[in-house]
Write a protein that binds this ligand. Structure first.
Ligand SMILES: *[C@@H]1O[C@H](CO)[C@@H](O)[C@H](O)[C@H]1NC(C)=O
Length: 163
């Protein structure tokens, strides 16, 4: 089975502005061969606090995914299902999908929330537990050449790998 969908979840430094292009839903399954998609994490708490005592306002901790961020990713996964669902099929195919995230809690959790939206469970596992686990791969930050600050996206959407 060919790899059909490669999902990359990146921690991108600085401001990124990828041009938005209006697309039709769903994708044309007659011509579609491969999808490679990249996105950032969902809404997060501040990466740094001006006043350390403010930590009580952020029970998730600094730089962590919020419930709102997880919900954003879940909805993005649902959108991906609307667009690519006919092509991917209802069942999760382990050899058809590869998900890669940078090694941050917020990006790993974003990937998992997104996959929950993209692959809603079709049948219970175990004792009626309705869940479809989807593997999310990562690399330790010092070894991650694709997503740990070596990768930038410019204003016009060009990708640039450093070092
Ligand atoms: C992620 O969560 C762990 C606890 O599970 C915590 O020690 C760590 O600081 C968090 N942040 C990152 C960026 O990994």
């Amino acid at each position: 089975m060919l790899l059909r969908l490669l999902l990359l979840l990146l921690f991108l430094h600085g401001t990124t502005s990828i041009l938005h292009k209006q697309v039709d839903l769903p994708a044309d399954v007659n011509t579609l061969e491969y999808v490679h998609t990249i996105w950032r994490h969902g809404d997060r708490t501040p990466a740094e606090l001006l006043f350390p005592q403010d930590i009580s306002k952020w029970p998730e901790g600094v730089g962590e995914l919020t419930a709102r961020g997880a919900a954003q990713q879940y909805r993005l996964g649902q959108w991906l299902r609307k667009r690519y669902g006919d092509w991917l099929g209802d069942r999760f195919e382990i050899n058809a999908v590869y998900v890669r995230s940078s090694d941050y809690n917020r990006t790993l959790m974003s990937a998992m929330a997104n996959m929950a939206g993209l692959f809603p469970p079709k049948q219970p596992i175990g004792d009626g537990l309705l869940w479809q686990p989807v593997p999310v791969h990562t690399r330790p930050k010092p070894m991650d050449k694709t997503s740990n600050g070596h990768f930038r996206v410019s204003q016009d959407g060009e990708c640039d790998f450093r070092k």
